[in-house]
Design a protein around this ligand. Sequence first.
Ligand code: FAD
Ligand code: UDP
Length: 371
Amino acid sequence: MKKFDYLIVGSGLFGATFAYKAKQAGKKCLVIDKRSHLGGNIYCENIEGINVHKYGAHIFHTSNKTVWDFVNSIVEFNRYTNSPVANYKGKLYNLPFNMNTFYQMWGVTTPKQAEAKIEEQKAEALLHQNGREPQNLEEQALLLVGKDIYEKLIKGYTEKQWGRDCKDLPAFIIRRLPVRFVYDNNYFNDKYQGIPIGGYNKLIEGLLSGVETKTNVDFFEDKTFWLEQADKIVFTGKIDEYFDYKLGKLEYRTVRFEEEIICVPNYQGNAVVNYTEREVPYTRCIEHKHFEMFGNDVYSCPKTVISKEFSTEWKPGMEPYYPVNDEKNSALYEKYKSLAEKETNVIFGGRLAEYKYYDMAPIVEKVLGMF
Ligand code: FAD
Ligand code: UDP
């Protein structure tokens, strides 16, 4: 008899949701995490009364009512609506690409004028494609929004974020962004979105309530010991590391955050400002209080906390944030996946173990589907 039904490696959203559902099903779980805190990348630290998203801005969004009801049963969510602003050489544009952006870019005021302008902007790309599906991010972006928006709002930002030419990146990355001919700056098309009231730690605390957890524990420091502790393992770390990198190393992008406490109540007037030109070294600047304080509520707290995000290639010792789903890495991942399928006692799940550009809601959906 082993001590636990499940050993869950990683206390991020995948591991924590799994632990919650397994506990409900009467299973005994142990969750371990190598970090000094629980919650993985959604962890927040309270600084000056503000919940600071330590691993990058996180906005929960979904159209799946089951997922939305589930997370709200753990903690109530607020009405935050993400509406980032892009700063290109000092000029501001609304995101995602909508009538406000088209007005700011070209002065067009009606959907008909905007559609005609985009058609004109796309003409060269259409000719170039000649009916062929877009093969990379550049081709896809030019077909979606045309030349001006690609050059001012996409190219520089994307190449900073991914450290690769837009021609070497998969087309799907840019299809994440909506393009719409209405005046609507909501970054997402989903039915539901928000931030947990009181911050993401409340969500993690709720999911892990009553579950045994251990932090500062790296599974690989004593893999044999940990494998003996439970009948089944849920592994949410890096899949290539699980197999000791024996087929080669997968590549990741990482982000370095430069955090600053500033003695003003309202620094940039918005949670997210993207700097889309190549010359500004960071991709975006986050002002955390706007996730949970709306309108003039921001003035109730005299200080503010901002983080500038610098995107770089991942190296051992850094946090692996984004899988790089280009052809080379996807092919290598498929080989690791075949090995994983042979490990009948181990469930590989989450952003790192499935090497997938997962948002939070699909993670929850996946785990709910497993039970
Ligand atoms: P993680 O949160 O990475 O958790 C994995 C955990 O496993 C970590 O705590 C890690 O320490 C632990 N671990 C790894 N290896 C070991 C080991 N050997 N031993 C012990 N523990 C280990 N999603 C959205 O829906 N909206 C957003 O706005 C959004 N913004 C994002 C911004 C950034 C910068 C990033 C990087 C991601 C963003 N996401 C967003 C995605 C979101 O972070 C993920 O979907 C979610 O956090 C993934 O959860 P996870 O459990 O798979 O991984
Ligand atoms: N993107 C862009 N300009 C922007 C914002 C996003 O070109 O101002 C592109 C970029 O390639 C990015 C992709 O759109 O990788 C998806 O953006 P999203 O905001 O969804 O990325 P994430 O939140 O995962 O960082």
